[in-house]
Every structure is written in structure tokens, then in C-alpha cells.
Design a protein around this ligand. Sequence first.
Ligand code: SAM
Ligand code: SF4
Length: 328
Amino acid sequence: MSGIADRYERTIDYLRISITDRCNLRCIYCMPSNGIKPIEHKEVLSYEEIIRIVRVASCIGVRKIRLTGGEPLTRKDLPGLVSAINSIEGIEDVSLTTNGILLKQQIGELAGAGLKRINISLDSMKPERYAEITRGGRLEAVWEGIKEAEAAGISPIKINMVPIRGFNEDEIADFARLTLKFPYHIRFIEFMPIGAKEIWSEAKYIPTEEIKNMVSEVAPIYSVKARKSGPARYFRFENAPGVIGFISAVTHHFCNTCNRLRLTSDGKLRPCLFSETEIDLRSAIRDGADDHEIERMLKLAVEIKPEGHQISHERSFNHLKPMSKIGG
Ligand code: SAM
Ligand code: SF4
């Protein structure tokens, strides 16, 4: 069995797991300048607890797992977790979302453990600006990680960029041009009104249509039919080895095809990124819940998954948990 149908006939077969809320960067749009008080270690799910949840999830048809955070590469022995999840019957795909800073050192072992796909967040290709956006990140380390990932056979390499007016929109064309040389998937993600309130303003938000127009000024783009594209809509320049994706998290809901549940680093099941509704799996597990009870809670999360979200850039900032805590 692959996936379990929810009330709106979506097949839920994907679990995104935040394995830590801690991060080695503090991107201006994700975290406030003074950081976020981290969750205490004892409150974070252990690898054993995560593996158990994935095992039960696989029994109700979950096939794909994405590990994220915070920065997942800051947690100890990630290859061990990847390998354990990979060997669970029914799990077909384990992937990772990372800022790439520690990728060079870890990608060899991760690939050996069965990791096949990664998404790397990169919002500028200018070293000084990158350091400014990430509050101290070293761009060179990310490129070294990307090259090492290619050498390790990771494919495709997806690079996620969040265009923000006044910060990096002048680099949209350069990011798109990367696809003329490399087989990367360059994905532009709309800036969402969650995370660091001090940075958000409606004026800084750039809708997908505008981003797409800037890309089209480089050269005409053609729609690409992807078998499984998730929330992204893909295009390419003529004869380009890479593709360009647009993720309209704010303007066009991708809710009608949303196939995922989320698990926060402190063990809360979240049916939707933009809803504060959570199911406390960690407390249940630590109070002695058996696998049937975990299964019941997973099914409940599917059952109460909302039809869609109501966030909009015209509305004010959303005081949802930041992405680093939920798992972006
Ligand atoms: N640290 C890893 C990384 O940066 O890839 C994984 C976690 S991070 C929270 C996941 C993604 O969330 C990143 O691609 C980041 O750009 C995105 N993100 C965080 N806050 C956002 C916001 N307000 N709007 C759009 N994307 C956001
Ligand atoms: Fe860290 Fe990722 Fe948030 Fe940047 S976007 S602060 S790398 S969790």
C-alpha cells in the first residue's frame, strides 16, 4: 500500500522530519538576530524514537522521508539515522534539506548510507551578501559541499533560493543562468510571512509571477512536465541541462496536491505547515504508547489535515512557529 487518502482525496505518503531546531546559521528571514531559544535536548526526539515513528508510518503507506531542521547536519551521526531509515521496509526515498555549510565533510558518508537527493538553501552567490543574509555564513563552504555532493553521485542537486526585495532579487537572473551550465534544479520560493518578524514586510515579498518575468528576461522558458514535481512548477531554457522551479507558497496554494505530514523536532505531528494544530506524539511515546496507538495518531493527523491554508502576503505577519522549529 502506498499512502493513505485524506478527506480531500490526497494521498499522504511523505513525512518531513525536523531532527533539530538548532542551526549553525541565523538567516535574517528565518531567525531573529538574537536567535531562538533552543528546545532542551531531552525534549528533542531521539533517533530511536524517530526510527520507530518512521517504521509505523511506513505501515500506513509513507514512502518518502525528508530530514530537515534547523540544520540537520549539526546533529550527531546523521548517516546512522539515514541508514536506519533507509533499511525500513516500504521506505523508498530518504532526502535532506540543508544549508550546505557542513555538507563537504559529511556527504560521502551520507551517500554511503543511502541518501540520494538533497535540497540546498542558497540565497546569494555573492560572498559578502551571503554572509549578511545568513549572519556569518561562508559561501565557499556551500559551493564546496555542492561539488562534493555531485562527486558523490547525488542527483538531482536542488538549490532553493528565497528572493527578497531589496536583498537579493538582482541575483534571480544569475541563479537561473546556472541551469545553462549545470544540471541543477534551481527553485525560487516565495518569501513567506513567518519566521523573523523584524525582516518581513509586504514590500519585500516578490510574487512568483514577478520572479518568473525576471527569469524570462534571460531567455524564453518552456514548461517541463515532471512526473512528480511536488509543490514546484518546472521550466527550462532551451537545451539547458538544468531546470528552474517556482514554488508559490503564498500566491497559489499547492494545498490540493499536498501529500505530506510534518514531525517537529520535539515530536509533534503537524498536518499542515501553516496551521498550529499539532498532535503530541512524543508524550504519547514516552508515556508508553504501543505501535497501534502511534498508528492511530498518524492516521488522525491525516484525517484532520486541512483542505488548505489561508496565509497571504496582504495579511500581517503570521505568528506561527518559525520554520527552524517546524522543519522547513
Ligand atoms: N537549515 C536548512 C536549510 O536552510 O535548508 C533546513 C531548514 S530551513 C528552515 C528550510 C527552508 O526554509 C530553507 O530553504 C529556507 O530558505 C526556508 N525558509 C525559512 N524561512 C522562510 C520564510 N520566511 N519564507 C520562505 N522560506 C523560508
Ligand atoms: Fe538555519 Fe535554515 Fe533557518 Fe537559515 S533557513 S537560519 S540555515 S534553519
